[in-house]
Structures are given as C-alpha cells and as structure tokens.
Write a protein that binds this ligand. Structure first.
Ligand SMILES: *Cc1c(COP(=O)(O)O)cnc(C)c1O
Length: 357
C-alpha cells in the first residue's frame, strides 16, 4: 500500500500517525469493547474523549477562560448564518471585509439577516490595508476571512476594530501558527482542512457574545443552546470529535503551534521559492498576502496543465488541480502535509519545467 501526498484543499490530509492510532483503536477503544463510533455520547468513555479534546485545544491555542469552545455540525457555511443570528444583539448591521470567494459567501448569507457594510475589499490578489478600512461605528461585529482558501490570499495583519467584536472564518488557517484568541469575538472553522475529518465544526466564542439571538433563530443555531449542553444538545459528530482530539495530541507532540508555524513557514517558503525562481510557474498573489496553507500557481503554458496533473499523479502527488474559478494548480499544504510532500512537489516541478520549459 502506498499513501499519496494529497494536496486537496479539503477534505485534506490527516496526519498518518493519527490515522494509525484510530485504526489501532477502531474495534476496541481502550478496553471498552467498542468503537468510538458506537459509543453513547453521554457515556463516560466518550465524555472523557470530548473533554480531553477540548482541554488540548484550549492548551494549544491558549484559549482564555472567558471563551467557550463548541464542537458543532453544519460546517463553516452554517456559521455564515449563526454569526449574525447570535451577534447582532439588537443592532441592524455588520461590517464585512471582502477578500475573495469565501468572504462573498459569508456576505451573501449575512444579507439575509442584516445590513452588510463592506468595510474593505481586496482585488483577489491582496487584502485592504488597515487604514483603508471603512468601519462603521455601530456595527454589531466585523467579519473577515484570514485565509482565502481558493485565492490563496492571507491577511498579513490583524484588523483593529476597537470595541467592535472581530469575527474570523479560520477554516483553512486555524492551528497553522499561534494566534492571540483574545483579539477575537468569534473564531470558527470547518474541521476538514486543518483539524480532522469533515462533519465537525469548531467555534470559539467570547462568553459576553452568547445569549441573545434574533427572532426565529432555530435552537440548533443558538450558541447558548450548545453552551448550555456542552455541545451535546443533540448527538454531536462523535467520531470527528474523537479524531480532532487525536490531531490535537499530535500537534502537542509536534511542539504545539509554534512548532507547526516553523514547519509551515519552511514548507511554504520552499514552494514559493520554486515558483518565484522560475519563469515557467507563477503565483498571482501580492507578496505580503501569500497564504501559508493554500498556494495557487499557473504554468506559463496552460495547455500543459493536464499533462502536469497526470504526471504528478503518476508519482503520487494528487489533487493539485486549481479551483475551477481560478484555474491552474493549487497546492494546499496544511499541517498534515509532510515536508517530504512539498519537497517531492518542488523537485517534480523543476523536472517538469526542464522537460517542457
Ligand atoms: C472550506 C471553507 C468554507 C466552507 O466550509 P464548510 O465546512 O464546507 O461549510 C468556508 N470558509 C473557508 C475559508 C473555507 O476554506
């Protein structure tokens, strides 16, 4: 059996050590005689798994005590609605910074519930500067997408919003490096990029923002519902929660988020260098807004795209096709992508250029 290096944007690679541990525990979790997927979410075995996962995530991200951590379903896409439903709190509008495809989806959904002020926009290859942001004084919150997964555009700075809560869709950047949680009102992320399997959504929310929802909010869409029940109002995504916990343990062994950041910077640095040091490959993103996690690149001759993808696949480098809206290639190199995967891609790119450039 040969595992490939999978550059998918999501669902994406999970650390091999985590999958092996899950395999070893698959039929009988620690003497319980059952698989985690067969356990009652209210039994003591699963409760211990759930509590450890939350404790490890809190430790990794240094989440302050006045923040709740929720393990939900519905993906980041449900948060596009849950954020306005829970955070408007009597206000009528919110500020959104638009830096690409995922910002646009968040904005479209928010418009169903409130007035949306576009506080700043990128051009697809950059983000607006802090001093170009037009924040409204009475905004309920400011929403932004720290890393645009499709465009490969990342904020090089943290927007300063004064007393207005900052909300971040961190789906493709959470856990990639240390970050100061206390600067945010809400952080949310679908798990399938940098946390674990699809089906789990992690929400980190400051406790003063919980408790008031707009009229008609379904119980399942109220943060308070999930806070009151430790994310067990209904059956949570137990197996995804367990696997996320294994990933958190793996991250702690890897030196935590500071350790990951160093590895991630090295990996991205190698790939950007390979692109920049050639006339054959190009990345369209402004230098200071380049993503550490998702690296789109084009070939000088787009007629070679299909050959590039086919030859890469032959040697176990898969899912490099760029998003249909962007074209070209995209290499997503989340925490679980080993550095050897990036090295293999870089050397294939050089070889391909030599033969076709
Ligand atoms: C993948 C992604 C989403 C969508 O996540 P789902 O969990 O599929 O709803 C939203 N935002 C960003 C930044 C993403 O990368």
């Amino acid at each position: 059996m040969a595992r490939v290096f999978n550059f998918s944007a999501g669902p994406a690679m999970v650390p091999e050590a985590v999958i092996q541990k899950a395999r070893d525990e698959m039929l009988d979790w620690q003497g319980s005689g059952m698989s985690v997927m067969e356990m009652s979410h209210r039994g003591k075995e699963f409760m211990s798994i759930a509590e450890k996962a939350e404790a490890d995530l809190r430790e990794l991200m240094a989440i302050p005590a006045n923040y709740k951590v929720l393990f939900l379903q519905g993906g980041a896409s449900s948060q596009f609605a849950m954020v306005p439903m829970n955070l408007l709190r009597g206000k009528t509008g919110a500020d959104y910074i638009n830096t690409g495809a995922w910002s646009k989806k968040a904005i479209a959904e928010a418009k169903r519930y409130c007035e949306v002020n576009i506080a700043g926009e990128g051009d697809g290859s950059n983000v607006p500067a802090q001093n170009a942001l037009q924040l409204s004084a009475d905004a309920a919150y400011v929403h932004f997408t720290p890393n645009e997964t499709i465009g490969g555009v990342e904020f090089p700075y943290l927007p300063e919003t004064g007393d207005v809560p900052l909300v971040a869709d961190m789906s493709s950047t959470i856990l990639s490096r240390p970050m100061d949680v206390s600067k945010y009102g809400v952080i949310y992320a679908g798990a399938q990029k940098n946390i674990g399997p699809a089906g789990l959504t992690v929400v980190i929310v400051r406790d003063d923002l919980i408790g008031e929802t707009i009229a008609g909010t379904p119980s399942m869409f109220s943060y308070q519902t999930h806070v009151d029940t430790d994310s067990m109002y209904n059956t949570p995504p137990t197996y995804g929660w367990y696997l996320a916990g294994l990933v958190f343990e793996w991250l702690k062994e890897k030196g935590g988020l500071a350790g990951m950041a160093a590895i991630n910077e090295r990996k991205a640095g190698k790939l950007y260098a390979a692109i920049d040091n050639s006339d054959f490959y190009a990345n369209p993103v402004a230098l200071d807004c380049r993503s550490l996690m998702n690296i789109p690149f084009t070939l000088a001759n787009a007629d070679l795209d299909a050959t590039f993808l086919a030859e890469a696949k032959e040697i176990g480098l898969v899912t490099l096709k760029g998003h249909r809206s962007v074209g070209g290639m995209r290499a997503s190199i989340y925490n679980a992508m080993p550095e050897e995967g990036v090295d293999a891609l870089v050397s294939f790119m050089a070889d391909f250029e030599k033969r076709n450039g």
